[in-house]
Design a protein around this ligand. Sequence first.
Ligand SMILES: [Zn+2]
Length: 295
Amino acid sequence: MVGKRIIAITVDVETDWGGRAETIYGIDKELPIILNVLKTEDVPATFFISGQLLMQNKTVKKVILKIANDGHEIASHGMNHNLNYSGLSYNKLFKQISESKRLLENIFQEEVIGFRSPQCRVNKDLYKALSQAGYKYDSSVVSKGIFPGRYSGVKTPIEPFVANGILEIPITTIPHLRMPLGLLWINAMGIETFKFISKVMNFTDISVLYLHPFDLLFKKIEGNSCPSPSADGFGPLRWSFSEASKRVGVIVNKWYNFKTANVVNTFTELIKYLKREGHRFLQLRDIYENCLKKT
Ligand SMILES: [Zn+2]
């Protein structure tokens, strides 16, 4: 890694198990830890917030309001995280993304210009719909990822590009390994391995890292003692925590079976390492502004 490269930390805020469960352990217990690390290290981040969370209960609202109070960027993660956005009609897609923008702007009293699709699912209408809804950038595409279908960006450019007036700032893929630059992946390979890989491989000038509050959660919390969101009329798939953990299967259970302290260490170490290497931390809205100036 050379020069002043840019890193954007992005956090997708949704219910547990990637929005598959209705519980909010991640938000309740882990989001404050993420905010604490960011504050201690003095780095800004962009938070993509699922609109349905804010319709649900006051606890969530209180925790989420802290994100903006800490100076981080608020962006949209759509309304309903259980919907497959790549399969929606144009009108339904537009409704999801415009409603979530309005909701977030009402709550946070600031303009929301960024979007990330739930589960990073995109279709050809997305940029047109985003443009019509007044967004400025999107960060849903995982360039050259290894999950065809799930991440639709197999052949997309690695660097930011403009489509239908929307700046796409792709989630970075770890070169050659073709894994998205996610905290869990880095934690799984180990921070020392990641440092080695990042030294011998070239990263893009702008790198986008992602994580979820739930990523930090040590899975072995049983029962449902956290305040659970009330029935919201969204999506058919609302599982309890244990039901979701059963349904997503043994492999995913293992994958999520990390100790919170380890993931927090990885996160902190990663930030410190990137700082030492001379990287600059920016929010995606700042990257958007910088790209505008260049063109
Ligand atoms: Zn998500």
